[in-house]
Design a protein around this ligand. Structure first.
Ligand code: ZN
Length: 251
């Protein structure tokens, strides 16, 4: 039964391509929706920055930004990271769609000996804003100089920004809250983006693909015309609606 079904399905690539088209459309719309769950709060959300609860509060972050590593020898890792998940709010709901983390490079706890290493090393802060629902799927990094913009530091600043590239996103200013910089996040959190796309695309698929698929499989099993449901048995053309059931290229 099952082998026969697969055999028959192979003979009907045209009909199946419509199902594939629907699956592809659901995946595209699912991706678009997950992008919107990041873009809308990033650009239009009434984000209220109330600061960090405790500026000395740090966490062991398992996933600090990697792209500054090696730029300056002492930038082996972000030396500390401040989470600010509940401090940024989008109208007090939908909070999980926004998270901010600040990563500091070349600052506190840095083993730096002025006499041995010379001038105080440049230090930078990356403030990463992540957006998306239910999983954060896009982020934008703001790069800031942390130690007063000394000339020595500024020579590194351009290199830091060159490395950050698209991760800085696109500045969209003053759309809704002129006091807050609006940045369109362009860098993906791949895991979150895939999960969100699966969730939204799968939800759409349950409505737009599954019923069609069930009908088609049932008609194929029972030897019915895929278009009108007429019992065609082994005929090449449906006598009811004229649908060709054989693949011309394969014949
Ligand atoms: Zn038919």
């Amino acid at each position: 039964m099952r082998r026969g079904m697969i055999f028959r399905m192979r003979k009907r690539p045209k009909e199946l391509s419509r199902v594939r088209l629907r699956i592809a459309l659901c995946a595209c719309v699912g991706l678009l929706i997950s992008l919107l769950t990041a873009f809308v709060p990033a650009i239009f959300g009434n984000v209220d920055y109330v600061g960090f609860e405790d500026p000395l509060y740090t966490v062991e972050n398992p996933d600090p930004p990697q792209y500054l590593h090696g730029l300056i020898p002492e930038f082996r890792t972000a030396v500390w990271c401040a989470p600010s998940v509940p401090q940024y709010r989008w109208q007090n709901w939908f909070d999980s769609s926004i998270a901010f983390h600040e990563y500091y490079y070349g600052m506190r706890y840095n083993e730096w000996d002025l006499e041995v290493h010379g001038e105080i090393p440049p230090s930078f802060m990356i403030r990463r804003g992540s957006y998306g629902f239910p999983f954060q799927c896009m982020y934008a990094d703001e790069v800031a100089v942390a130690n007063g913009g000394a000339p020595y530091t500024m020579t590194f600043f351009d290199r830091v920004r060159a490395r950050s590239g698209l991760r800085e996103g696109v500045l969209v200013s003053g759309l809704n809250a002129p006091m807050v910089q609006r940045i369109l996040p362009l860098a993906p959190h791949w895991g979150g983006l895939m999960l969100n796309t699966l969730i939204y695309g799968g939800g759409l698929g349950a409505f737009f693909v599954l019923p069609v698929l069930i009908t088609r499989v049932r008609r194929i099993r029972n030897g019915l015309c895929l278009v009108c449901g007429y019992a065609i048995e082994d005929l090449d053309v449906c006598p009811e609606c004229g649908q060709t059931t054989r693949d011309h290229a394969a014949a």
